[in-house]
Ligand binder design. Structure first.
Ligand code: FAD
Length: 429
């Protein structure tokens, strides 16, 4: 194999980042703070709409590491202290209070308008020293032993090229490099679609819980989200299993959303005076992992690498944590003069491991036995708190928390076996 060295001077930038969402801006900021020359190519002009408003407490540590936590905290975003889960009939409620989450340094996080949040983070990349080129769309990347030549269109439609030592695919679901060298492998257990819009006139909790996310499960295993975005506006979304959606979708996103809301009894009292104040939108919501997340002179972060069902609001945190780690590994690889695929193996392993850590919970949420346990009184409070810790974003739990999480899943498995046994007994032979 040709050598893939990291020597400076053969390219315009040490690193080119494709995409300026949270994954891309985090990577760019962290690299710039490490002294690397970085360019971000982003095809849109920010601010641009993006779904994914509810954040997790563990994002705070990442914002600290980027030097952006104070800017985000003073930007007027709604404070979030926890997540409430309501059963389909509206009677059960399970509240995940992040103050009770072990190993979580800062339990309060935010609900964010992503157009603002993402723009603040991208401007922060600029302030940290990265060159940000908006309305610049990557067209192609040509790899050779000495670097990568990227061709792109600029905001006037003209074509240009630049040379970089390493390229980061942070292009979200587009996965511009991931799809060139592999593909997104969809998770057969998490095939859902989402339809969402912003509403006014929805009553909300008072006091500390006023900004929390509320979710309601549906009998068909789908669920609704209610995310306060300001004093008056609430983001409302329905996540629906693909098989149900094929049967029940309506002519427009608006009609589909109205239908799914009306068919969720638990949500009815909240929606009596609700008024939609934005268009409704569909979003593909299939979970996937990239078959390859890195190669010689490139790696992928965020949704380009993996996307997990949004039930526990993990997306932005996963993208940003991946971005931080990607920056460290790239900086180290450039210093060592080896930016070949093997320099990124540990990074890729880490991303996959973190994804599976949360995937267990996401898949569990669509399993009646998991839901039954979650909505019942917890057998041991320590187990319950351990689960809340993971829901707060804890991706590296202590041994004790891990053991408690395992105990939770053991009980889920026992419940599943009993459920199967009971239904087998009820089935006439
Ligand atoms: C229905 C739904 C609900 C969700 N809810 C939540 C939630 O509540 N909380 C949460 O944390 N996450 C949520 N997510 C997930 C979250 O939105 C994503 O995980 C997050 O945006 C990933 O960030 P990213 O930077 O990887 O990608 P993105 O934010 O998608 O950014 C990618 C960027 O790349 C740019 N780009 C693409 N192609 C090119 C190109 N060729 N050239 C240049 N630029 C390019 C795009 O314009 C975009 O700005 C949700 C997702 C869905 C689908």
């Amino acid at each position: 194999m040709a050598s893939v060295g990291g020597a400076r001077g053969r390219w315009d930038y040490d690193v080119a980042v494709i995409g300026g969402g949270p994954g891309g801006s985090t990577t760019a900021t962290a690299l710039a703070r490490l002294g690397r020359s970085v360019v971000v190519l982003e095809r849109e002009r920010f601010p641009r709409f993006h779904i994914g408003e509810s954040q997790l407490p563990w994002t705070n540590e990442i914002l600290h590491a980027l030097g952006a936590r104070d800017t985000i905290a003073s930007s007027g975003f709604v404070e979030k202290w926890g997540a409430s889960f309501g059963g389909p009939d509206g009677e059960d409620e399970r509240y995940a209070d992040f103050r009770a989450a072990p190993e979580t340094p800062t339990p309060q996080t935010f609900q964010v308008l992503r157009e603002r949040f993402d723009e603040i983070l991208l401007r922060h990349s600029e302030k940290s020293g990265a060159l940000v080129l908006e309305e610049h769309r990557l067209l192609d990347a040509r790899f050779d032993p000495d670097g990568v030549t990227l061709s792109f269109t600029d905001r006037h439609g003209g074509e240009a090229t630049l040379r970089a030592g390493v390229v980061v695919d942070a292009s979200g679901r587009a996965g511009v490099l991931v799809k060139r060298f592999g593909r997104h492998e969809y998770d057969p257990l998490l095939r859902n679609i989402a339809v969402h819009a912003q509403y006014e006139g929805i009553p909300r909790a008072t006091g500390r819980r006023a900004g929390d996310i509320r979710m309601f499960t549906r009998p068909d295993m789908g669920w609704l989200w209610f995310i306060p975005l300001s004093e008056t506006v609430i983001s409302v979304g329905a996540v629906i299993p693909q098989v149900v959606h094929r049967r029940e979708s309506r002519a427009t996103p608006e009609e589909s959303l109205t239908h799914y809301l009306a068919a969720t009894p638990a949500a009815a009292p909240l929606l009596e005076r609700a008024r939609r104040v934005s268009p409704a939108r569909f979003d593909a919501d299939y979970s996937y992992l990239a078959t390859r997340m890195a190669g010689d002179r490139w790696l992928a972060v965020g949704d380009a690498a993996a996307f997990l069902d949004p039930i526990f609001s993990t997306g932005v945190m996963l993208a940003m944590q991946g971005g931080l780690e990607a920056a460290e590994v790239i900086d180290r690889a450039l210093r060592a003069g080896d930016v070949s695929a093997r320099a990124f193996t540990r990074y890729e392993r880490g991303v996959r491991k973190r994804y599976h850590h949360f995937r267990r919970f996401a898949v569990g949420f669509y399993d009646p036995s998991f839901r039954e346990l979650w909505y019942s009184r917890p057998p041991f409070i320590g187990i319950y708190y351990a689960v809340v810790s993971v829901l707060a974003g804890n991706w590296r739990p202590s041994l004790l928390t891990r053991a408690r999480v395992e105990a939770f899943f053991v009980v889920v498995t026992v419940k599943r076996i009993l459920r199967r046994f009971r239904s087998a007994q009820q089935t006439p032979s």
